[in-house]
Design a protein around this ligand. Structure first.
Ligand SMILES: Nc1ncnc2c1ncn2[C@@H]1O[C@H](COP(=O)(O)OP(=O)(O)OP(=O)(O)O)[C@@H](O)[C@H]1O
Ligand SMILES: [Mg+2]
Length: 397
């Protein structure tokens, strides 16, 4: 829109204004007249011949002419009327153009503002997304570092396990020691036989109750062998567990891992929990045994911690449809429905502050996944929990 351009006659006179002007002119000039624009457009009246004509100007600019067959004075008067009307119309026209121009300018300014707002919004959105990404990355890095730290710490904390194991070993050691002392005294009794002959042998035999001594000797030897076997077994379990050496992959029988970690943990539970082994043979499994043991320990410790007082833990294995399944089920407190989806989340724990990291299951899942497997948990609050781990036969990637 150009503000400088002058409006022509047809722009200034149109619609109702033009119609009522037509009526006034017909009244003044009769029917034989015409109003024609400088471009030759017939605006009012009709064509005729032999008419007088008068130019219509506005501020010296010719806009058209009025012609009629009436006398000149009337024609002049009529032209004056048209000019006056045109002046008004132009003023109105200019004002409205000015108004439009102003509105348009406002609109353009608004549009510009809108654009720059859009631009800065886009910029902030990008920035926010970048920031979000960076924060997420940082959180991931921290979480990974924490998990690694946890794993290193837990693997190194065989010492902690060993404290419980030492206690467990002390008991058989105690009775083997006392049995050995008794055996020493029995041996002394038996030594008294040397050099005796004839009737004195039988009277010594009776007096020292050697029948009982021999019987008890055999019994305490047998008991001691059992005790020593138990110690050997505990030590071997601990050795299995800590033969972590972390580095190499090994082919193992997961049933053995289940049994040895199970026995280690059952020793820690101090007899209040009954451990049931329901192990079906499994094909050899190639894995990092230290990590697998860590995973089993985490799950078994959770099971033990879920049982207050007496209870039962079932450790089972199956080989079905080309898949290894191992599981640990407890009859402990169970997990409320609203919490079950969170137990694998890093740092989710319901233990009293300081006693759990909330990483036990997170790391267990990491370990299962790293071996190409998966881990699932099902729980009935108040009745118990079952954790199942599945691996492809043969071992992970
Ligand atoms: N067998 C289970 N019975 C009941 N609740 C369980 C069992 N296993 C896990 N949970 C719940 O899941 C939470 C998370 O377990 P997770 O092993 O990851 O961490 P944690 O045991 O709290 O800590 P940490 O393992 O470091 O000692 C536990 O705090 C507990 O509330
Ligand atoms: Mg735990």
């Amino acid at each position: 829109m150009s503000f400088d351009r002058e409006a022509d006659l047809s722009e200034l006179l149109s619609g109702e204004g033009l119609e009522s002007l037509g009526k006034s002119l017909a009244g003044l000039l009769g029917e034989d007249y015409a109003l024609v624009s400088s471009k030759g457009e017939w605006l009012l009246g009709r064509a005729g011949e032999g008419r007088k004509s008068i130019s219509i100007r506005l501020e010296l600019e010719p806009l058209g002419h009025l012609e009629a067959s009436c006398d000149e004075a009337r024609l002049r008067g009529a032209a004056g009327l048209v000019t006056a009307l045109l002046k008004e119309a132009r003023r109105y026209h200019m004002a409205s153009e000015l108004h439009l121009e102003a509105v348009h300018a406002d609109y353009e300014a608004l549009q510009e503002k809108h654009h720059s707002l859009l631009k800065s919004e886009e910029k902030y959105r990008k920035l926010a997304a970048e920031l979000d990404l960076r924060v997420k990355e940082q959180v991931r890095t921290i979480e990974t570092a924490q998990r690694q730290l946890y794993q290193a710490e837990k693997l190194a904390s065989v010492g902690q396990l060993a404290a419980g194991v030492a206690h467990e070993i002390n008991n058989p050691l105690g009775f083997v020691r006392s049995n050995l002392a008794t055996a020493g005294s029995y041996l002394k009794d038996l030594k008294g036989l040397s050099g005796l002959e004839g009737a004195s042998v039988s009277s010594y035999w009776k007096a020292n109750g050697l029948d009982f001594v021999l019987e008890d000797f055999a019994q305490l030897l047998e008991e001691s062998v059992t005790g020593v076997d138990r110690v050997a077994r505990i030590v071997s379990n601990l050795k299995d567990f800590s033969s972590v050496d972390g580095s190499g992959k090994k082919s193992v029988d997961l049933c053995e891992n289940l049994r040895s970690v199970g026995e280690l943990v059952s020793g820690q539970a101090g007899g209040r929990i009954e451990f049931e082994y329901d192990l079906s043979p499994l094909p050899p499994f190639s894995c990092f045994p230290g990590h697998i043991n860590q995973m089993l320990l985490n799950i078994l410790m959770n099971a033990v911690q879920s049982i207050e007082g007496g209870g039962r833990i079932r450790i089972f294995s199956r080989f079905e449809s080309g898949e290894i399944l191992i599981g640990i089920a407890d009859d402990g407190c169970g997990i409320p429905d609203e919490a079950i989806s969170r137990v694998f989340d890093p740092f989710y724990t319901t233990r009293v502050v300081g006693s759990g990291t909330g990483l036990g299951l997170t790391v267990s899942r990491d370990i299962a996944t790293a071996h190409g497997g998966s881990i699932g948990i099902e729980s009935a609050p108040g009745r118990g929990t079952e954790v199942r781990i599945r691996f492809p036969a043969g071992g992970g990637k």
